[in-house]
Design a binder for this molecule. Structure first.
Ligand SMILES: *[C@@H]1O[C@H](CO)[C@@H](O)[C@H](O)[C@H]1NC(C)=O
Ligand SMILES: *[C@@H]1O[C@H](CO)[C@@H](O)[C@H](O)[C@H]1NC(C)=O
Ligand SMILES: *[C@@H]1O[C@H](CO)[C@@H](O)[C@H](O)[C@H]1NC(C)=O
Ligand SMILES: *[C@@H]1O[C@H](CO)[C@@H](O)[C@H](O)[C@H]1NC(C)=O
Ligand SMILES: *[C@@H]1O[C@H](CO)[C@@H](O)[C@H](O)[C@H]1NC(C)=O
Ligand SMILES: *[C@@H]1O[C@H](CO)[C@@H](O)[C@H](O)[C@H]1NC(C)=O
Ligand SMILES: *[C@@H]1O[C@H](CO)[C@@H](O)[C@H](O)[C@H]1NC(C)=O
Length: 457
């Protein structure tokens, strides 16, 4: 009896010591991760989760969509606004999770208790219908391209209210804290642009009076482990400045999202930005919340760039997926990275003032899809795929039981597209050194990676 009690208490001590290694909400077992997709379901694209699964020949475990808080009226001309259309996920006849990205588009101080309550009820309905939920609130808060950016004090205070409110009505919603990856930080942001003195000081984390890569890109915005279920980063590859050339990424670029170490010219070695993985993927799992490599659709007539031969779309995208998604070395280096979310969009982006039409999709072009599917086959066991779950036609889980886009309005002109602003590594502040590099012919910057001279020649 004594022995049994002792054994039990030893076990509970051991279990308690293992508390941080227990699986978090929605966390896949060790050695596995999710592959999700953010599909452009807008009217003009007409894509859907079911169509995505059909193209890939596999059933993705998560589908992402975005909405604003407070929710906008739904616009049935552009298919934007309102709340997300989860029926599209249910229609896959799988148990795929519903990943809702929520933008406080009217500002961090414009969200009422009722707004949180509505969101919590909406999300809980998906769980009740058999679909797990991620909710990513106010992403890329460390950039200045969204209204909720660069306000660490208000951000953290708002986050705590948000987290407590959503958890009270949706306890099993996994809430994701997701800044932009640090590479390129501070993205051109300077102290004089930050009006609030508390915030201005908070962002200068090493107190040297300037913002640069030596300032912590993440910690000013982190509300604390007790208010976060998963962490994540946005991470993209867009090619060579001014982000309008098609050049294959340098292997190891994906790892930069986790380590903050950005390979640079032979001489300089590289630039150390804030590491993500060791700090933010230890006490909880983390994800690439959105990511992809930009194929500059209209730039294929530029045959060479500084000696590089333009790759095909498949070669360029292959550089992306083989460096991360299907790269076992990468996946084993970062076992706490438990989800990768594909950004399956084609859109015009204006980063660095050079607008190009960018195709990030891995499942649209048939060569890209063919190559990706083949490589995915080799690591398919590593990923978790969705299970069969028929969409009920009535009762819990049927479309009339879950919140749907409401308040339909017609608009003469489309307003803000509900797509994320993803920024490149370069801001105007980074230009002089880049241009200097060009002028001297020393370096070619590939989204922050300068390839060695041997590659250029
Ligand atoms: C604690 O975690 C380790 C490593 O994952 C595992 O081998 C061990 O069985 C766990 N112990 C308990 C009591 O859960
Ligand atoms: C994907 O899900 C559909 C609907 O449940 C099912 O018919 C199909 O067999 C699944 N595909 C795979 C590859 O599991
Ligand atoms: C939501 O998606 C379903 C399934 O694709 C579609 O039938 C319905 O019209 C959509 N609802 C809205 C409001 O767009
Ligand atoms: C800075 O912002 C915080 C949070 O909104 C606010 O409490 C504080 O009063 C502001 N400080 C200044 C100097 O404006
Ligand atoms: C796979 O990832 C590792 C670690 O980042 C990297 O060294 C390697 O070059 C990558 N392989 C490919 C084919 O990109
Ligand atoms: C890109 O080319 C397509 C035709 O292939 C054209 O419709 C579109 O306007 C172009 N977009 C930009 C941003 O140049
Ligand atoms: C590829 O995308 C275009 C729109 O950019 C769309 O018209 C076409 O149907 C898509 N093809 C596939 C196979 O998804």
């Amino acid at each position: 009896m004594i022995a049994a009690t002792l054994l039990l208490s030893l076990l509970s001590v051991a279990a308690a010591q293992n508390a941080t290694t227990r699986l978090a909400l929605n966390e896949p077992p060790d050695g596995q991760l999710y592959l999700g997709a953010w599909i452009d379901t807008g009217v003009s694209s007409g894509d859907s989760p079911t169509a995505f699964n059909t193209r890939l020949g596999r059933n993705a475990s998560w589908f992402q969509a975005s909405q604003n808080i407070p929710a906008d009226p739904y616009d049935d001309v552009t298919g934007t606004g309102g709340i997300i259309n989860a029926t599209m996920v249910f229609e896959t006849n799988t148990d795929a999770g519903v990943y809702v990205t929520v933008y406080p588009e009217d500002g961090l101080d414009a969200i009422s208790a009722q707004d949180y309550a509505s969101l919590g009820v909406q999300l809980q309905a998906y769980i009740t219908a058999g679909h797990a939920v991620f909710m990513r609130f106010a992403p890329e808060m460390n950039g200045n391209w969204d209204v909720w950016g660069t306000q660490p004090t208000l951000f953290k205070a708002t986050w705590k209210v948000m987290y407590t409110s959503i958890k009270s009505s949706c306890p099993n919603c996994a809430i994701v804290w997701s800044p932009n990856a640090a590479s390129g930080y501070p993205y051109g942001i300077t102290p004089d642009q930050i009006a609030n003195a508390t915030d201005r000081a908070a962002l200068d984390t090493n107190g040297d009076g300037i913002y640069d890569n030596n300032d912590d890109a993440y910690s000013p915005y982190y509300p604390g482990d007790e208010y976060v279920d998963w962490t994540g980063v946005s991470y993209y590859y867009k090619g060579v400045y001014p982000n309008s050339y098609n050049i294959i990424e340098q292997p190891g670029y994906m790892a930069t999202a986790m380590t903050g170490w950005l390979q640079d010219t032979g001489d300089a070695g590289g630039v150390q930005y804030t590491p993500f993985y060791n700090t933010y993927c230890s006490s909880m799992p983390c994800m690439i919340s959105e990511g992809g490599a930009a194929w500059h659709v209209n730039q294929t007539q530029i045959p060479t760039y500084q000696g590089f031969v333009s790759p095909s779309q498949e070669q360029l995208e292959q550089g992306w997926w083989q460096d991360g998604i299907t790269n076992l070395t990468f996946l084993e280096m970062f076992p706490r990275l438990k989800m990768i979310m594909l950004f399956e969009w084609e859109k015009v982006e204006t980063d660095n003032d050079i607008p190009t039409l960018r195709d990030f999709r891995l499942t649209n072009d048939s060569s890209v899809l063919g190559g990706f599917s083949q490589d995915l086959e080799n690591v398919a066991q590593r990923y978790i795929w969705a299970n069969y779950l028929p969409m009920p036609t009535s009762g819990s889980g049927s479309p009339d039981q879950v919140p749907m886009p409401q308040e339909t309005v017609h608009r003469a002109t489309p307003y803000r597209a509900s797509t994320p602003t993803s920024i490149s590594l370069f801001s105007s502040a980074a230009l002089p050194s880049i241009l200097l590099g060009w002028a001297t012919g020393i370096a070619v910057i590939v989204s922050g990676i300068a390839l060695g001279a041997s590659l250029i020649l």
